[in-house]
Design a protein around this ligand. Structure first.
Ligand SMILES: [Zn+2]
Length: 275
């Protein structure tokens, strides 16, 4: 437990110090609030939960006619299963945008199973050490049919090897976790991976007419846009070609000691990200 608290505080401090501290204002009716989390309605069958532990870490609850899906579980939200059941009466599946302690923290321990991208299995010993349930694997392109509402799984590695975005084509939005950074991307893999992810994602956004994704740290005004995805592609290409260089950032953590601040987005990375 001590180790978990240590990891969480490292992430917490990093997020607080690196994010530009956007104003927190989520519109929509508040449907649940306690000391750990507050849930607001996004639309008739979709809610965003805002955790209070790590820079407004976001959870999303998406409901179809027959089933629901909880996308991410926050950090340490007591009785999250009961909270979710108080908002939706439909049985729900728990999926993660990636394995980090502000998305799959001890909150998940109440759930008997969770779906993750298999490429993030590497993070399980560090970030989900006490999870006793079954870890199931998502497939790229897989569709979860919630009954009248389909959610497509799109692997978007970069922030972590197994970062994943969940797209609702009909609603014309998705949920991208930390894949595109919520304004402050921590690039734990490398620019080649990020470039491929942005190319793939931008093409899908074009094809499906999707303008925005709800991010992993939603403040009410920082949805990811197609422009953001395209800008991150440009930054990746320019960094790989040596056209732009990051500034030294001695406060970077996880070895991410270089920082590019361009087009209104910050990309934190380490020197190995250019290989
Ligand atoms: Zn993360």
């Amino acid at each position: 437990m001590k180790k978990i608290i240590g990891i969480i505080s490292v992430f917490c401090i990093a997020q607080i110090s690196l994010l530009a501290q956007p104003t927190f204002q989520i519109e929509g009716e508040e449907v649940f609030a306690n000391d750990d989390v507050v849930f607001h309605k996004i639309d008739e069958h979709t809610w965003v939960g805002t955790g209070k532990a790590m820079s407004n870490e976001s959870l999303y609850l998406v409901e179809g006619n027959e089933k629901s899906m909880l996308i991410d579980a926050g950090t340490n939200i007591k009785d999250l299963d009961k909270i979710v059941a108080s908002i939706t009466t439909k049985p729900f599946t728990v999926v993660a945008t990636h394995v980090h302690p502000d998305h799959t923290g001890p909150s998940i321990d109440v759930f008997s199973e969770i779906y993750i991208n298999p490429a993030d299995t590497v993070g399980i010993p560090q970030f989900m050490p006490d999870y006793k349930g079954e870890v199931k694997f998502l497939k790229d392109g897989e569709i979860f049919d919630l009954g009248g509402r389909k959610i497509e799984v799109v692997f978007t590695p970069g922030h972590t090897p197994g970062s994943t975005t969940f797209i609702d084509k009909d609603a014309k939005y998705g949920f991208s976790g930390d894949s595109f950074g919520s304004g402050n991307l921590l690039l734990i893999t490398n620019f080649s991976t990020l470039k491929s992810t942005c190319e793939k994602t931008s093409a899908l956004m074009e094809k499906y007419g999707i303008d925005t994704f709800y991010p992993g740290h939603f403040f009410g005004s920082n949805k990811e846009t197609r422009k953001r995805v395209d800008d991150l592609k440009t930054i990746s290409e320019d960094a790989l070609a040596g056209k732009i260089e990051g500034e030294e950032n001695p406060n970077g953590f996880l070895g991410l000691n270089l920082l590019i601040n361009k087009y209104g987005v910050r990309v934190n990375y380490g020197k190995d990200a250019l290989k």
